[in-house]
Ligand binder design. Structure first.
Ligand code: FAD
Ligand code: DLZ
Ligand code: SF4
Length: 509
């Protein structure tokens, strides 16, 4: 006699999932469902929807092979109830199950729906992270500032990753001083590993093309990994071919080179196909074997053991209202060029174009091009948040929102960042080759040819002076601004205003 349903969500594709561990293969029934509510709560990039559905279908087969009884609902099933809770109720009626167990979802929206579902539903802590929610809360308790670097050091100590006794390997916790080189000519960049769609993936692509083909983003070519075995190949490929130079070129941006030396594993980590600890151990082993330098191994492990765990902790610590924060009271609409409309700014054109094509942009493109522009221009952070949640294949609210609302838009007032991540065009010019192909001049500070990042940088600092002038890390910037002669300052602010007026009027800027 069936007693329970085990709900497995689209980003819970791990055989060691807590809810599967708590269930009984002999009598419980696993429920998986492709539903309109999840596919449509924002207008996801078609590649993202296809990746989730294809990986769900393959994971369902892996579960069946493992001996589980499964009720899987494809999106186009005529009986599909359209929502996760609707599907649970339908399956409960079919099977006679009176209870649901589920691993806690990574989003308040769904936690809320499941907590209030009209069928008893038990949420189990998601232990597929290195730090539990409780561990992060304990760390945060009583601290004035929640800086990632200190959390990361504790995680290094606790896991023993890159530790030599009580000391960090190589004598330093952080090797960023050796990282972040500008790109140079003739870099030998590895090709990413690609996976040709099989018949099962093709069927998903047809379904997604028919239902979500009008969403922003190219569905084809689709070459993501869709199983754990394939995701492990992506990880192996990265460790062998890109990790050695990951640190050096972590912040570099090159036209026509979306991936450089990045890992391309975030979609698989976030779906549950890869485990964060196994990824960190693989990088550590490559360093121990002498195959990668410490600056690369440390820089990479910090992204996962540090940043990824930290942002999840912040998301849950700060609560459901976090995504609505807007301390800078920014209210401009997201410009049309975020959706592929023409722009004369080559950096934006490159970052958005690549996002449209691949549902991917690396961290610095997200932070210092699309994010930086939105912050400087005063775009409503909620619109920025929804854009990031929609357009990237790796986007789930628990990881996307702290990065966008906090790190990138400073809308949380500094919970994550000790100062806003803003820069003029000089930073983009140093770290990329974008400015060469731009209609604007990065070395021009005012006038019609001036790089908009140059104009808006000072405009931002000037309009938020009251908030930021007391910030020790921004003192020098304000001192530089104040040293400029008054006419020059006035010209910059006037030109920034004019540029923003043209943007608001819908001109191609
Ligand atoms: P690599 O650069 O090779 O890094 C390795 C891994 O480290 C990544 O796969 C990822 O799991 C982890 N990582 C690195 N930086 C971060 C970070 N800041 N936060 C969390 N994990 C990190 N990452 C997402 O996974 N989903 C998102 O929705 C997302 N939204 C972002 C929005 C903004 C505005 C910004 C600035 C960053 C965002 N990030 C997000 C973080 C980061 O950009 C991506 O994790 C990274 O680009 C993924 O590509 P990769 O696997 O090649 O990463
Ligand atoms: C992202 C996503 C999409 C597009 N579709 C589904 C789906 O049809 N069924 C499902 O179970 N999960 C889907 N997901 C993932 C969920 O949205 C995700 O579990 C929540 O956002 C919590 O992270
Ligand atoms: Fe971007 Fe300015 Fe460089 Fe053009 S000049 S690519 S707008 S930073």
């Amino acid at each position: 006699m069936v007693s329970r349903l085990v709900l497995v969500l689209g980003d819970q594709l791990s055989l060691n999932l807590p809810s599967l561990r708590a269930a009984d293969k002999a009598r419980d029934v696993v429920v998986m469902a492709e539903v309109a509510q999840e596919a449509e709560y924002v207008r996801h990039h078609p590649k993202k929807i296809a990746l989730v559905f294809a990986a769900m279908r393959k994971f369902a087969r892996a579960l069946e092979k493992d001996g589980w009884t499964l009720r899987y609902t494809p999106l186009d099933d005529p009986e599909n109830a359209g929502s996760i809770v609707g599907e649970l109720l339908r399956r409960a009626e079919e099977t006679g199950a009176g209870e649901v167990i589920v691993t806690e979802p990574g989003e308040w929206r769904l936690i809320n729906k499941l907590t209030h579902a009209p069928i008893p539903t038990r949420l189990l802590p998601d232990d597929r992270f290195i730090a539990s929610r409780k561990r992060f809360e304990d760390w945060a308790e009583g601290r004035k500032a929640l800086r990632m670097e200190y959390f990361y050091r504790e995680m290094r100590r606790e896991t023993g990753l890159l530790m030599e006794g009580d000391d960090p390997a190589g004598g330093k916790w952080n090797f960023d001083h050796d990282n972040r080189k500008p790109p140079k000519e003739g870099l030998d960049i590895p090709d990413p590993l690609t996976f040709a769609p099989d018949a099962e993936v093709e069927a998903v692509l047809e379904l997604v093309a028919a239902r979500y083909g009008d969403n922003f983003g190219d569905l084809h070519p689709f070459d993501f990994a869709t199983t754990r075995a394939e995701a492990l190949q992506v990880l192996g490929h990265f460790i062998a071919h890109a990790l050695p130079r990951f640190g050096d070129y972590q912040d570099a941006m090159l036209e026509g080179q979306p991936y450089l030396f990045h890992a391309l594993i975030s979609p698989y980590l976030n779906l549950g196909l890869l485990d964060p600890m196994e990824v960190c151990r693989a990088a550590e082993e490559a360093w121990q074997a002498g195959d990668v330098p410490i600056n690369a191994a440390e820089g990479f492990i910090r992204q996962i053991l540090g940043w990824r765990e930290y942002v999840r902790g912040i998301y849950f610590l700060e609560g459901p209202d976090y995504v609505a924060r807007n301390v800078l009271r920014h209210d401009r609409d997201l410009p049309a060029f975020y959706w592929g409309a023409a722009t004369q700014m080559n950096c934006l054109r490159q970052a958005v174009g690549q996002t449209q094509k691949h549902a991917y942009a690396h961290h610095i493109q997200r932070l210092m091009v699309t994010g930086n522009f939105a912050l400087l221009a005063g775009v409503d952070p909620h619109q920025v948040h929804e854009w990031y949640l929609e357009v990237y294949a790796d986007a789930y609210e628990w990881v996307e929102a702290p990065n966008t609302v906090g790190m990138s838009q400073f809308a949380d007032g500094g919970v994550i960042a000790s100062k806003p991540y803003v820069s003029s065009g000089a930073y983009i010019n140093r770290m990329s080759d974008y400015c060469k192909g731009c209609s604007y001049s990065v070395s021009t500070k005012a006038g019609p040819k001036a790089c908009p990042f140059n104009l808006l940088y000072w405009h931002f600092l000037d309009r938020h002076r009251e908030r930021f002038q007391g910030n020790m890390r921004m003192k020098n910037i304000y001192a530089t601004w104040d040293r400029m002669d008054a006419d020059r300052r006035e010209a910059v602010l006037r030109d920034a205003d004019r540029w923003l007026q043209r943007l608001d009027a819908g001109e191609t800027v």
